[in-house]
Design a protein around this ligand. Structure first.
Ligand SMILES: Nc1nc2c(ncn2[C@@H]2O[C@H](COP(=O)(O)OP(=O)(O)OP(=O)(O)O)[C@@H](O)[C@H]2O)c(=O)[nH]1
Ligand SMILES: [Mg+2]
Ligand SMILES: [Zn+2]
Length: 321
């Protein structure tokens, strides 16, 4: 049975406030603020940006001028408390806005990249967004110990790590719902880690609804090709989960050395205590970070990761200071 939809056939040339819920290239889908993706027949509005302005992201709350039926143009952002982004060659790639958690999804199989995990953690740190690390596919028991061994370093740094299997519906609910309830969570991670499977296990019909949009946006592939927000309720508490395409690269060209250092939890308590104000913690004397490395308080693995990030900054020809 179809319900009357107050938003259907939005009046032409009026201004409304909407939330972007999907982003595909330079096309956006949005919903009026009082609508949700999990209601019957959500009143989607298809949006384009005015002029050559881009950089809007899923989660952004924007001012829209309506055009023909259920279409409109984005005038400007009206609410953006934060933005999670990568930087590929001096181009900022916005992933999601107005989120209060980033969940980085890793898996036992295929093995996840610690380098990419580390970079995602830095990005969340720079944006000051709380992070949850999810180790998925713990049902693949022959790969579990190796994955756990890699993961063991992260709780020591203060990150929360939870283990799940999207194939264990009951266990999944108990494990993850308390972490997602009431929040807007961006799921991110490499391709094949199980981000979309997790959403489908938690939100019935999510895949079907995404496929409907997919066909509108001209993409029929299984792998996620665009970022998409899903509304849902856990025990009646409104929550939002954002699915995003897997990545195999994670540029950080726009971050400064200082931003990176402050996003390394094991560095933070030492920053400001070095002999030199502009210490890069590489070969300077009287550097407490190098001391902490020497006595094993900072792990060689993480320190090498830091050195690679410093090298990359040089590669981007950004002056260190
Ligand atoms: N054994 C096992 N397989 C899983 C689990 N979760 C997901 N998978 C499988 O992993 C594969 C990839 O899952 P997706 O959910 O598409 O992964 P994704 O992270 O969304 O990948 P992209 O959209 O490409 O970024 C699928 O074949 C899933 O069936 C799990 O808990 N255990
Ligand atoms: Mg996916
Ligand atoms: Zn130092």
């Amino acid at each position: 049975m179809t319900q009357t939809n107050p938003h259907m056939n939005l009046q032409k040339n009026i201004q409304i406030i909407a939330r972007i819920i999907a982003n595909y290239g330079h096309q956006y889908l949005a919903l009026p603020l009082d609508a949700r993706t999990d209601q019957d027949a959500p009143p989607f509005i298809s949006l384009v940006a005015r002029g050559k302005k881009h950089g809007y992201a899923v989660g952004d709350v924007v001012l829209v001028t309506t055009g023909s039926v259920n279409q409109g143009a984005i005038e400007k952002v009206v609410e953006r408390t934060n933005m999670f982004y990568r930087s590929e060659f001096n181009k900022q790639k916005n992933l999601a806005a107005n989120i209060n958690q980033v969940a980085i999804v890793c898996a036992t199989e295929p093995a996840f990249s610690e380098e990419l995990l580390g970079r995602a953690l830095i990005c969340a740190g720079v944006a000051q967004i709380p992070v949850l690390i999810i180790l998925n596919k713990i049902d693949v028991t022959d790969k579990l110990e190796a994955a756990r061994a890699t993961m063991a370093a992260y709780p020591k740094l203060g990150y929360e790590v939870i283990e799940i299997s999207t194939q264990d519906a009951a266990g999944l609910q108990a494990q993850i719902v308390p972490h997602l309830s009431g929040k807007t969570t961006l799921l991110m991670g490499q391709s094949g880690m199980g981000k979309s499977s997790l959403i489908n296990a938690l939100i019935p019909d999510a895949l079907i609804k995404t496929r409907e949009i997919s066909s509108v946006l001209n993409s029929g592939k299984h792998t996620t090709t665009f970022t998409r927000l899903h509304d849902c309720a856990f025990d009646g508490v409104h929550s939002q989960i954002i699915d995003s395409p897997g990545f195999e690269q994670f540029g950080m060209a726009q971050f400064s050395l200082s931003q990176i250092q402050h996003a390394m939890p094991e560095f933070v308590s030492f920053l400001g205590q070095c002999k030199f104000n502009n210490c890069a913690h590489i070969h300077e004397p009287q550097c407490p970070i190098l001391d902490a490395l020497a006595c094993g308080q900072i792990s060689q693995n993480r320190y090498d990761f830091y050195l690679r990030l410093v090298e990359q900054l040089k590669y981007y020809e950004r002056a260190l200071y």
